[in-house]
Design a protein around this ligand. Structure first.
Ligand code: B12
Length: 313
């Protein structure tokens, strides 16, 4: 079913009114970038993220997730809060996206409200909410839906919001008019590629996740090679370096979403305190935030590395 222009505009407005910063539509068709994904896997750049290999072909076409899908509604949300200066006093640094309430929960709830509106007011009969964990190439789809361009650091960059955004998708059986992609505005800038302490970008727009501090601190299981650990400074969960140096992020507005307000005990914890935590203490401090993903053992490993790095410098 296709919608009139008037109806389409009213749908966009309803979605933005639910607290999303941007919305765009892409057709639910084969994703052009899929071969890039396949070669990324083949090159071993997914490191130990076995789940990226599992069901990998589902990412080729959103209709693998919802057979009736005709359109993909892509949304983004700004999570940019002012950040403290580089942490001192043997404190660790948690990346900005993980300092407040888990975005999976925040976005899913809001998209479920969009889902209701689509069904009740716009006649959709088949819908599916996808926040991060579904096998969907969110950045490719967001770029196709005109939400920004894919930068050399592989992040989706929005001219107004920079890259401090979360992405999510809602698949539906309505025929929505596709938005146009925006032009790549990275130009000759290579700040992100040069700033990466572990040289995790073999080329612009390509990330070797097995070297990325974000991967090492969040997804990697077991010990971390000394060479890489020595470059991790005090990053104990995720890394923002390739975003912090991006000129498009210097003027990015702050978010007004209270859920993303950094929690004091989460953002820059004392490393010695982390090393003392038991499961109950870990839960008390990090429940409801993305940090839960690393688990207590992962966070203690990261804290040990950060402490060793701070004592060496
Ligand atoms: C696995 C994963 C990771 C891995 C691997 C990251 C990576 N670059 O692949 C690790 C753990 C390292 C990671 C780190 C981070 N992640 Co992450 N991650 C994902 C996840 C689950 C899948 C990404 C994926 O498929 N990677 C495989 C590669 C090959 O795909 P890709 O980078 O998306 O690239 C595709 C397209 O962008 C396109 N493409 C890429 N470059 C170019 C260039 C050109 C010219 C063209 C034409 C196309 C093109 O082709 C690729 C194949 O389709 C997505 C959620 C999702 N379902 O998509 C979140 C996601 C990408 N992550 C996100 C975030 C916030 C982060 C971190 C900032 C967190 C942090 N602070 O530590 C870092 C950023 C590191 C970085 N520079 O990417 C956000 C990004 C939001 C945004 N504005 O871009 C996402 C979308 C989650 C979300 N729902 O908001 N992540």
């Amino acid at each position: 079913m296709s919608l009139s222009t008037e109806k389409t505009n009213s749908l966009r407005e309803s979605i933005l009114a639910l607290g999303f910063d941007r919305v765009g539509f892409a057709p639910a068709l084969v994703v052009d970038d899929y071969p890039r994904y396949q070669s990324w896997l083949d090159a071993g750049y997914a490191g130990g993220m076995e789940y990226m290999h599992r069901n990998c072909c589902l990412r080729e076409d959103p209709r693998e997730l919802l057979a009736e899908a005709r359109s993909v509604i892509m949304v983004s949300m700004n999570y940019h809060w002012p950040s403290e200066d580089k942490a001192v006093d043997e404190r660790g640094r948690v990346s900005r996206y993980a300092r407040g309430r888990d975005y999976h929960k925040v976005m899913r709830k809001r998209l479920q409200n969009v889902e209701l509106i689509l069904r009740e007011e716009f006649g959709a009969q088949a819908t599916r909410v996808c926040v991060d964990s579904a096998p969907l190439l969110e950045r490719s789809l967001a770029a196709a839906a005109g939400l920004g361009w894919i930068g050399k650091n592989t992040l989706l960059i929005d001219e107004r919001l920079g890259s401090w955004t979360f992405l999510a998708a809602l698949l539906c059986d309505l025929d929505l008019p596709a938005d146009s992609p925006v032009a790549d505005r990275c130009g000759n800038c290579t700040a992100c590629l040069e700033a990466c302490p572990t040289q995790a970008f073999p080329e612009p727009g390509l990330l070797d996740a097995s070297k990325c501090i974000s991967y090492l601190t969040i997804e990697h299981k077991g010990e971390i090679d000394d060479d890489l650990a020595g470059q991790m400074d005090n990053h104990i969960f995720g890394c923002d370096i390739c975003q912090e140096v991006c000129p498009w992020n210097t003027k990015a507005p702050m978010t007004e979403i209270e859920d993303f307000r950094p929690r004091e005990l989460v953002s820059t914890p004392l490393l010695s305190e982390l090393l003392q935590l038991d499961e109950a203490g870990f839960l008390k401090r990090f429940a409801g935030t993305p940090v839960m993903r690393a688990g207590l053992d992962g966070m203690k490993r990261n804290a040990r590395i950060a402490l060793a790095n701070s004592r060496r410098s």
